[in-house]
Design a binder for this molecule. Structure first.
Ligand code: VGL
Ligand code: ZN
Length: 196
């Protein structure tokens, strides 16, 4: 926490801190997801005090989507729009825009883009526009899950030309496969992110 420096040209992207991921009763609970909420709140407080943009993403799926295992995907049903599981965790400090992704049945791993699971077509969310409007050049990505949506969001941030860091203490991995967390850290570091 102390190592992450925030200023007016920073953007803190808080990825998918939602009940289904962050509450032990959630349908796709990420181990330790609840423990990092206060850590993330410390980042939010520091970012806000420094004049940084704080922006949130929310996985927001229809009931039926090829993202879910029942319909050809790999994940249990989670973050169905307008349900408890899709709500941001009640202890999370919310003080900034919320970007929803996956709304039309896309995979929506990255907070920046949504990829249609059938056609592969990519569309953008409003996240990059928020960052540009704030004049932010450095992006810090925290939240859930490190090896899925945090990774995808940080990779797109790098591709968009932002200096990008992922503080590990403010993120946890879902590990669909053992080793996913380590592989994600390597991939991010190779792409130019500061992962620490
Ligand atoms: C996520 C799996 C499926 C995430 C979203 O937020 O990391 N993981 N959908
Ligand atoms: Zn999802």
């Amino acid at each position: 926490m102390a190592e992450t420096a925030y200023g007016p040209t920073s953007a803190l992207v808080v990825v998918d801190v939602q009940n289904d991921f962050a509450d032990p009763a959630g349908s796709l609970y990420v181990a330790g997801g609840d423990e990092i909420v206060p850590v993330i709140n410390d980042h939010i407080a520091a970012a806000t005090a420094a004049g940084a943009l704080v922006v949130y993403t929310q996985d927001w799926h229809p009931e039926v989507t090829p993202h879910f295992a029942d319909h050809g995907g790999v994940w249990p049903v989670h973050c169905v729009r307008d349900t408890w599981g899709a709500e941001l965790h009640p202890d999370l400090t919310v003080g900034g825009p919320v970007i929803r992704k996956g709304t039309n049945g896309e995979d929506g791993y990255s907070g920046f883009t949504m990829r249609d699971p059938e056609t592969g077509e990519e569309t953008t969310t409003g996240l990059e526009a928020e960052i540009v409007a704030h004049g932010a050049t450095e992006v810090v990505v925290v939240g859930l899950a490190f090896d899925v949506c945090v990774k995808a969001t940080a990779l797109d941030s790098l591709a968009n030309g932002h200096r990008t860091s992922v503080p590990l203490e403010a993120s946890r991995s879902v590990q669909l496969q053992p080793g996913d967390s380590e592989r994600a850290a390597i991939e991010l570091t190779r792409a130019g992110a500061v992962v620490a």
